[in-house]
Design a protein. Structure first.
Length: 115
């Protein structure tokens, strides 16, 4: 999803996703797993400042029923660092409570039908 005033951040995130794929291949012979965790609007002071500047408020909740907390992201990172995730390589794991599945639908339900 492209957002207004987000170009530098969006481009840097896209670059990291590409590097993730290349590093996953290059570092595999050293038995190093490389993945990326992508989170949207994590409930932090910095996240709230950015979210408040947006023209819509889809960050206030998600299809999961609440905003993303730092612990949600940390749990995914901890899993990826475990032996259970050994076969996950070069992936971008999205932690967003389902908001990326249908941003227009989520905004509509949160804004009382207005988009």
């Amino acid at each position: 999803m492209a957002l207004p005033n987000y170009t530098p951040i969006g481009v840097s995130k896209a670059t990291l996703e590409t590097l993730t794929r290349y590093f996953a291949i290059e570092l595999a012979p050293k038995n190093i797993c490389v993945n990326t965790v992508r989170a949207t609007f994590v409930e932090t002071a910095a996240g709230r400042l950015y979210a408040e500047a947006m023209p819509f408020s889809f960050w206030k909740t998600t299809p999961a029923g609440r905003t993303i907390k730092p612990e949600d992201v940390a749990n995914v990172v901890a899993f990826l660092c475990s032996e259970d995730a050994f076969m996950i390589r070069g992936q971008s794991i999205i932690v967003d409570g389902g908001i990326s599945l249908s941003p227009a639908g989520a905004m509509s339900s949160l804004e009382g039908g207005e988009q």
